[in-house]
Design a protein around this ligand. Structure first.
Ligand SMILES: [Zn+2]
Ligand SMILES: [Zn+2]
Length: 178
């Protein structure tokens, strides 16, 4: 019962390893970082200069690196989108999830860089997408990590913690069985 983090494309290794401890604490599982894999060319949309999150997820499930782990989180620095959406912070399937760090930096919004703010956002998005893989749906509580976020303001409003309703579902594994 453990989670593997997979860097996809060029990602600062420190930005990934810093996710390990917080994720271990939240999900009560060992979290390790695997070998970096290349960006899948098939996911790239040249016109949008973005990568299709769905294709990224499929690509992750094909990676032999992830065998033996019960959850997989791909972490990339490229911008992700889904058809019909301008962008997504991340996407989750049943076992695999992916997050993008692209829009989590203050510099993306024309502000001075702030590592602490950036890392908090990355943890929030990582917990959110992995939360989906444990069967948790979106939550109405705007402060719960499972609240849907389509803007960085919404990401900042919620913390990396589950609300009282969502929290026990992860701990007991109830959500994973559904
Ligand atoms: Zn979500
Ligand atoms: Zn909740």
């Amino acid at each position: 019962m453990s989670i593997i983090l997979i860097p996809i494309g060029k990602v600062n290794p420190a930005d990934i390893t810093m996710l390990e401890e917080p994720l271990e604490a939240v999900f009560s599982r060992a979290v390790v970082t695997g070998k970096r894999i290349a960006l899948p060319a098939a996911a790239r949309n040249a016109a949008r200069n973005q990568y299709d999150a769905e294709v990224m997820l499929e690509f992750l499930s094909l990676s032999g690196e992830t065998a033996g782990y019960d959850r997989v989180l791909g972490v990339t620095d490229v911008d992700l989108y889904l058809p019909g959406m301008n962008f997504v912070f991340g996407l989750a399937g049943r076992r695999n999830a992916v997050i993008s760090l692209h829009r989590l930096r203050q510099s993306f919004y024309g502000l001075p860089e702030d590592t602490e703010v950036f890392r908090r956002r990355a943890i929030v998005e990582a917990v959110h997408e992995l939360g989906h893989t444990f069967g948790l749906p979106h939550c109405e509580d705007p402060r719960c990590v499972m609240h849907f976020s389509n803007t960085i303001v919404e990401t900042d409003r919620k913390g990396p913690a589950f609300c009282m309703v969502c929290h026990p579902r992860v701990k007991t594994g109830e959500a994973a069985r559904r």
